[in-house]
Every structure is written in structure tokens, then in C-alpha cells.
Design a protein around this ligand. Structure first.
Ligand code: PHE
Ligand code: CA
Ligand code: ZN
Ligand code: ZN
Ligand code: ZN
Length: 289
């Protein structure tokens, strides 16, 4: 898989920060900063050649949107989907949660286009609304998929918080989830193995959008650098972090700004996303005649 340029991921993170700053300090469901975030991503995906659509829903009396982007080509009956929530809490700009996952995944999608990657599977990307209200957007998407379409999604990869300031390197445990996939787990571990960074398995339960896909029986996996949890001494030693301190002490707070992102973690996780998507999407089409 290609190396994902950290500078490009950081440019997206900075753009989301600017959107929040210019829209009352957040990118929350029902607020103008959410819609501006959607518009920022959609414009870049369209320019890169994606087929995009907005799926509208209502939650708590406000309109929300999921942004869906399909990379043309591949086997339409064999879909690999990846997603990240794009909304913030109303308390702050939501940069680590989840500007990082949204931006890393956006840059991976743009790299698919830039390299004209033509995998055997069909690639689909989703940026979810109203995750912070209880996985509302992703649940709406899954519940509104016809059974035939749902059955075509062979795997779902979730990225929620991948640049925590005191980062842990967590991979969703295949055995800790109802439909956890060992293939997805291993694919997400591969980049870290390659660079010699140890990972830990984590059971994120129902705390992010993968849960909507798991409930529908779709194999899932994901990456996470930690939220309000406290880094142990052993973790601090192996990852070079701060023992006894939260992975993200600005979790769901106004201080979740661009200062609240560890660039190394963001780079490693963005590269790990690319490695997994490239390896899970099957052999590239053979060269034409
Ligand atoms: N979904 C949580 C949030 O957005 C973050 C989280 C992700 C927590 C994964 C645990 C595991 O606030
Ligand atoms: Ca990189
Ligand atoms: Zn959150
Ligand atoms: Zn989140
Ligand atoms: Zn790397």
C-alpha cells in the first residue's frame, strides 16, 4: 500500500478546525459546522472521481447527513466498506474525536484515486452524522439498506479517534465483538508489525459506528488510540507515553483542538488504514490486453 502523506491528513484536520472556529466552535449534529464539514469532504471526493451521495435523516428535531462515497469499479457484489463519524460533540471542535479518523480515511480515499487503485472488491467509504447522539447516522444507514445490499458488504472498518495526544495503539479485538473479524484485525495490525510498533487488542463494545454493522451481521474491525481511559505504566513504557494520564484528556471537551493530536499516531494509523484496505480488497485486476 502507498504511504499516506501525513501533511495531507493534517491539512484536512486543520480545515475541520477552521470550520469549527468559523461556526461557533463545534461541528455538532444540527449545527452549521457539521454541514460545512460534509461539504469540505464531498467536494474533494467528487473532484477525485468518487460517486458521492448524501443520506439525510432527522434526529432530535434537526437534519443530519451521512456522506457516502463509492470508488467506481470492483465487484459490486463484494463490497469493502470503511467509515468514520464526522460530527463532534457540541462542547468543542471534535478534532481528535473524530477529525482524525475522518481525515485519515479521507486521505486514504484520495490516495486510492490518486494511484488509480483498481481492486477486485468494490470500495465504499462512509462519514457518519450524529454518532455522538448514539450512533444515529450509521444505524440509519444500516437499517435503510435493503437486505440484498446489506449482504454485499463483506466487511466494515471503523476509525474513531486515531490521533490521541497520549496514544495507545489499539486494534479492535476480533474475539471481543459479536462479528469481529480476525482477517480485518490482522490486516489492521500489519502496518504496526511492519514498523515494529506493538499494538493491543481492545473490546470497544458498542461505543462507535461499527456496532451498527455488527448488529446487521457484518464482519467488523477498527483502530483506536484511546479516549478517557488512563495509560498504564506498562503501556507508557512500550509506547513512550505518560503513565497515569488519560489517552485523551480533552475527550469531549472544548480543548479537543488541533493541539490535541499526536502527529506520529495520526501518521501510523493513516498508513495502517491504507495497508488494511489494500490487502483486504483483493488482488488488483490483471493488466488488460
Ligand atoms: N465513540 C466514542 C466517541 O465518539 C469514542 C470511542 C471510540 C470510545 C471507540 C471507545 C471506543 O465519543
Ligand atoms: Ca504516512
Ligand atoms: Zn465522541
Ligand atoms: Zn468518536
Ligand atoms: Zn507509517
Amino acid at each position: 500500500a502507498p504511504d499516506i502523506p501525513l501533511a495531507n491528513v493534517q491539512a484536512h484536520v486543520n480545515a475541520l478546525q477552521n470550520i469549527a472556529t468559523n461556526n461557533g466552535g463545534n461541528r455538532a449534529h444540527g449545527r452549521p459546522g457539521y454541514r460545512a464539514s460534509v461539504d469540505y469532504l464531498q467536494a474533494q471526493l467528487n473532484a477525485a472521481g468518487y460517486t458521492t451521495s448524501l443520506q439525510q435523516f432527522t434526529s432530535s428535531g434537526a437534519t443530519g447527513w451521512n456522506l457516502i462515497a463509492d470508488w467506481p469499479g470492483g465487484n459490486a457484489d463484494n463490497v469493502l466498506m470503511s467509515g468514520a463519524h464526522l460530527d463532534s460533540v457540541s462542547a468543542g471542535p471534535g478534532i481528535n474525536d473524530n477529525g482524525t479518523g475522518s481525515s485519515g480515511l479521507l486521505e486514504v480515499a484520495l490516495t486510492v484515486a490518486r494511484t488509480n487503485f483498481q481492486p477486485e472488491k468494490h470500495l465504499r467509504f462512509g462519514w457518519w452524522g450524529a454518532e455522538e447522539l448514539g450512533l444515529v447516522g450509521s444505524t440509519f444507514y444500516v437499517n435503510n439498506l435493503p437486505g440484498t445490499e446489506r449482504a454485499k458488504i463483506k466487511g466494515y472498518l471503523n476509525f474513531d479517534m486515531i490521533g490521541s495526544p497520549n496514544p495507545g495503539y489499539f486494534v479492535y479485538s476480533a474475539s471481543g465483538q459479536p462479528t469481529g473479524s480476525i482477517d480485518i484485525q490482522r490486516a489492521l495490525e500489519a502496518h504496526f508489525t511492519g514498523i515494529g510498533v506493538p499494538t493491543e487488542l481492545t473490546s470497544v463494545g458498542g461505543r462507535s459506528d461499527h456496532a451498527a454493522f455488527a448488529r446487521a451481521g457484518i464482519p467488523i474491525g477498527g483502530l483506536f488510540t484511546g479516549a478517557e481511559g488512563i495509560m498504564t505504566a506498562a503501556q507508557a513504557q512500550k509506547w513512550g507515553g505518560s503513565s497515569g494520564v488519560a489517552y485523551d484528556r480533552c475527550y469531549h471537551r472544548s480543548c479537543d483542538t488541533t493541539s490535541n493530536v499526536n502527529a506520529t499516531a495520526l501518521d501510523r494509523n493513516s498508513d495502517a488504514i491504507a495497508t488494511a484496505i489494500w490487502s483486504l480488497s483483493g488482488p488488483v485486476a490483471p493488466p488488460g490486453p
